[in-house]
Design a protein around this ligand. Sequence first.
Ligand code: SF4
Length: 146
Amino acid sequence: MSKPGPKPFYHEGIRFECQGSGKCCTSRGSYGYVYLTLEDRKRFAEYFGLSTAQFTQQYCNSKDGHVFLKDPPEASGDCIFLEDGNRCGTYEARPGQCRTWPFWPENMKAKIWRREIASFCPGVGKGKLHTREEIEEILKRSSSEE
Ligand code: SF4
């Protein structure tokens, strides 16, 4: 149930449908890392036919206890699994961070959403209406995975 208090800017819901631009898979400053939970690494490991430890050693780096995908060798800043500039090469196994874009806690502030996310991501305003309740459920899941 929604808490009482001021309504968030998304109280009437937000339309979003991925347009396959690949923009959220390329480096853009603070959004540059693809963080992975243990669940994400297990899913990837199974996808690649590796143990979780092997996958982590081969594809991940970590800092301050947070595990994230390594940079590609050409240091372009794009995700290591991005293909042809706009296609996820591991779509079925993509991590929670990629599944929940753009409804990330750090994006859901009115100013940030309007100034950065809505203009950056071509999927915002298109397709399915995500209700406030659905968005808050996604945010709750993201916070509990941190
Ligand atoms: S794992 Fe796939 S969806 Fe996620 S950032 Fe990389 S290319 Fe994009």
